[in-house]
Design a protein around this ligand. Structure first.
Ligand code: UT7
Length: 352
């Protein structure tokens, strides 16, 4: 049985900064409200018609591949996590393969749809493939282009002020016996009870939402598609929806639990952690988790202030920045943790 390690990492965020003040001009919100409730000062939005989720992912992937000291042609499997794919199908995995120019190798490409936990789920899948010796250079990407599909009217303000665009990527390889770097464990959880409480429901094949009376304007004619109806367009139903308070309350329970699970399984405690990289959902959530686990300020990484919530991209972006800033060195104990839509949540513990 092999062990795996992160052999290369990189991230990319679009150039365009969107400060809270800019959102004040288009909806009923304020810089004060956003900073107080979320800690976000600004986010990045990609260039429409030039950038998309795959392109952001490819920019991060090229950096991770270079950091690992390999060529794109050495990649033997792709895992792509996103909730804002370029197309309904096919997923971004194959689009990334094409963008990187590695179609001739005909490697497999897997798409992960676990939203905020997508990077942790993808890491766990990649880790298993390396451990069994099946693959040797797995490219794992988390990327989002949220700005293409948010409701930028006051109706959507509780969601749209939070999200930002960006991408992060890692290359996983078998760990060597002479270096300390390795993934110690990954822990995945889900509870679909509240699936619709943080969701992008339409367009989809649901034909009516579980347990709810919602008029989507469906036509009874079974030969007409119900993916998108005129009513959905007229009533602004083609946007993400979030019950923020429920998500917040559940997140502050699940984050500490899944972090402790990872630490306990490895015989470690919070003080052993060099750094915790939580999914950047809300600065208040991270601060709550920090207090609950008794972590010092320098043990918790936050960059939500400048990027907002970049969902599947937030952990690899934060990990990449922490590495670039010299906050983590080879062998340091690092914990990654996420919670989000599904609900799904998870953690990963690694020696960097
Ligand atoms: O990464 C995926 C996981 N997502 C999360 O972890 C998000 C978790 N939830 C949250 O971060 C918070 O619930 C939010 C930041 C989304 C919202 O903060 P909140 O303190 O829970 O606010 P709320 O939803 O209870 O709304 C309070 C008030 C409401 O007005 P009334 O009814 O009290 O008059 C909202 O309409 O704030 C209003 N509001 C806003 N006001 C200004 C909601 N969004 C905004 C806004 N600007 N952008």
């Amino acid at each position: 049985m092999y062990r795996s390690k992160i052999a290369g990492i990189g991230h990319y965020v679009p150039e365009r900064k969107v400060p809270n003040k800019e959102l004040e001009k288009i909806m009923d919100t304020s810089d004060e409200w956003i900073v107080e409730r979320t800690g976000i000062n600004e986010r990045r939005f990609g260039k429409r018609h030039e950038e998309n989720t795959t392109i952001l992912g490819a920019k991060a992937a090229r950096k991770a591949i270079a950091d690992a000291g390999i060529d794109a042609s050495d990649i033997d499997f792709i895992v792509f996590a996103t909730l804002s794919p370029d197309y309904f199908f096919p997923g971004c995995g194959v689009l990334l393969q094409r963008e990187l120019g590695i179609t001739s190798t005909e490697i497999g490409a897997l798409d992960v749809r676990n939203q905020c936990s997508g990077f942790i789920y993808g890491l766990s899948v990649a880790d298993q493939f390396i451990k069994t010796g099946h693959y040797k250079n797995i490219l794992l990407v988390g990327a989002e282009m949220h700005s293409m599909g948010l409701d930028f009217t006051t109706r959507g303000r509780n969601v749209s002020v939070i999200f930002g665009d960006g991408a992060g990527a890692v290359v996983l390889q078998p760990a060597s016996d002479v270096e300390p770097s390795e993934i110690l464990g990954t822990y995945l959880h889900a509870d679909g009870t509240h699936a619709e409480e943080l969701a992008f429901i339409s367009p989809g094949s649901h034909g009516g939402v579980h347990g709810q009376e919602v008029d989507f304007g469906f036509d009874d004619d079974m030969w007409k598609s119900i993916f998108v109806t005129q009513k959905m367009l007229d009533d602004g139903m083609l946007y993400p929806h979030m019950n923020g308070q429920l998500v917040f309350k559940t997140a502050v329970q699940k984050f500490p639990a899944v972090i402790m699970e990872a630490l306990e399984k490895a015989g470690k405690s919070p003080e052993d952690l060099k750094i915790l990289i939580p999914h950047q959902a809300n600065l208040r959530i991270s601060q709550f988790v920090q207090r609950r686990l008794g972590l010092k300020d320098e043990q918790v990484y936050s960059n939500i202030q400048k990027y907002g919530n970049t969902t599947a991209a937030s952990i690899p972006i934060a990990l990449s920045e922490a590495y670039q800033e010299g906050r983590i060195k080879r062998g340091d104990l690092v914990c990654l943790a996420a919670f989000g839509s599904g609900f799904t949540w998870g953690s990963a513990l690694l020696n960097w």
